[in-house]
Write a protein that binds this ligand. Sequence first.
Ligand SMILES: Nc1ncnc2c1ncn2[C@@H]1O[C@H](COP(=O)(O)OP(=O)(O)O)[C@@H](O)[C@H]1O
Ligand SMILES: [Mg+2]
Length: 275
Amino acid sequence: MNDATMNNALMSNVKTTTKADVMTESKISAKNVQVFYGEKHAIKDVNIEIRPRSVTAFIGPSGCGKSTFLRCINRMNDTIDICRVEGDIAIDGENVYDPKVDPVQLRAKVGMVFQKPNPFPKTIYENVAYGPRIHGLARKKSEMDEIVATSLQKAGLWNEVKDRLDAPGTGLSGGQQQRLCIARAVAVSPEVILMDEPCSALDPIATAKVEELIHELRENYTIVIVTHSMQQAARVSQRTAMFHLGELVEEDDTDKMFTNPNDQRTQDYIMGRFG
Ligand SMILES: Nc1ncnc2c1ncn2[C@@H]1O[C@H](COP(=O)(O)OP(=O)(O)O)[C@@H](O)[C@H]1O
Ligand SMILES: [Mg+2]
């Protein structure tokens, strides 16, 4: 192959990305989503496109539906008896509520990190190995060791725990436990990571570490984070969505949302007038 043909061959593999592509690219697409808890209408006709490999923050006063909407994305609301979800949520164009979707597989693809770190009462190693084991991701011990090590590295925890993988996960500090939970999510190679106020139980130093980690994870994962901290939303996210009384008020570039939002309710919330 001469240089010219090689170049052509290479070029034909390069996906040319125009600005319009970037603007419309969407990992998660929610259309006309409604959620009810019995009679209570908790999410009212929410439409949102969530971009791949970026961080989207959900903000809004307590009780406005942030967690409820987040849980729609990996069908965690299925576990709440009185909860009913309507509308469409698609990931890469595939409806997550399609009857042929297995919620267990879905939750591997769409990992979740909760407010309170919740490691299993098992060793650090087992906390990370559990998911890959039930999903059959390793054929032998050496492969599992590799998955555990790389997941802990990705979660920024490896150096702190590599000499005590057999110690209980619950013996770690709160911040370390939360990074262990992130390692556990990462271990099954998710595409999306949902985080529901992941730092609210952490001190400022542990919070800074998790925020730094979110920044790194963004290169490979689509992240949606619920936060009650406007500073945190501004620090970690590229896009911000504001919820109020079950409605999505607006969603825009984070810079724009915090400097010049379109909606008065966003303005009032970021100025600390309610919530
Ligand atoms: N399991 C549940 N059963 C009944 N109502 C619920 C449940 N979870 C949330 N809600 C209600 O749905 C609304 C939205 O709650 P939530 O999504 O937790 O808000 P946020 O995360 O923004 O604080 C609230 O009125 C709340 O009381
Ligand atoms: Mg919540």
